[in-house]
Design a protein around this ligand. Sequence first.
Ligand SMILES: [Mg+2]
Length: 373
Amino acid sequence: MSIGSNRVVICVDLDYFYAQSEEVRNPSIKGKPVVVCVFSGRTEISGAVSTSNYVARRLGVRSGMPIALAKKTLARYPDAVFLPMDTDYYDSISSNVMDILRSKSPAFEQSSIDEAYLDVSNETEGDFSRAYELGKKIRAEILEREKLTCSVGIGPNKLVSKMAADSKKPDGLTLVVPGEVQPFLNKLEIGKLFGIGPKTVEKLHELGIGTVVQLAQADIRVLSEHFGEKLGPQLRDAAMGVDDNPVQERGVEQFSRIVTLKRDSNIFDFQDVLEPLAADLSKKLLEYNMLAGSIGIIAITAELKTKTRTRKIENSTDSKAEIVHVASSLFESFFADGNSSHGDLMVRRIGVRVSNLAKPTKDKKEPSLVDFL
Ligand SMILES: [Mg+2]
């Protein structure tokens, strides 16, 4: 099956990410309905469901549902767990997973906090059976290191890999080789195609297009007339699995590293614990040719609450020593405040984050030959 000219793209989508991250943090809630909420704060239950685990979904909970309705839906399940979003914690897990993925191919693109693409054409020499083995390896590695399951799709481009990943969730691994693209798509409902929402489905129906097969064969002029010169052809491309977009890294905004302490603590040797984290972050910044304008800390308490502090620094940096210095000072004041307010502040995991990233300005770099001319 080795064809050198094949493009091979892998899409990795972490399963019910926020809720699964909560299960990882607190395994005792696994098997119970878990609902992660965006509380708007007006009343105790105003707000909406962000994401829920599959137990809650089977009982009728949906993303975007008002929290009050989700509570009503789960009224007969007293063990249901409602939790507030903890973005810092999810970010730190996401960044660990993305590092695993980034190590598999230089052609990497993170498309959201829980989803990324890899172009592995070179790594697999265009061989889809090798890509399948790589997909298995990626799944095993994410499970082993972060205790998370994911759904992986493999195809000849981003579009097909994404729809392949979506076709089997959670914990799926789906391969769609080039010759199988059209049969694979034909089996889908038209609304399952990438980028086709309920409104578009309705409009297509009015044009007599109700299936993927019909859309793939639709007259491009008719589609352009009704959906515009840009979206019209895109709709047909979606139905045919055509996508030439490269896998390309977008701008990064921050890097973070987090570790679990050997035991819950309110005092630790900052230098020892922070140095490896800072070393990683400094390496990361160098790799990306970025400097950090802010350095922050993440502390996950024994009660599993996430606290953060951030400091803007005068001169952007990629220096390990400076990251350790600023993070230590933030932790010192964090513990000083915490211990004075409730005496027994204990921390389980600690992390360091660099953000406010920018490329170095020219005068900070080594002078280049051009500068002497
Ligand atoms: Mg996901």
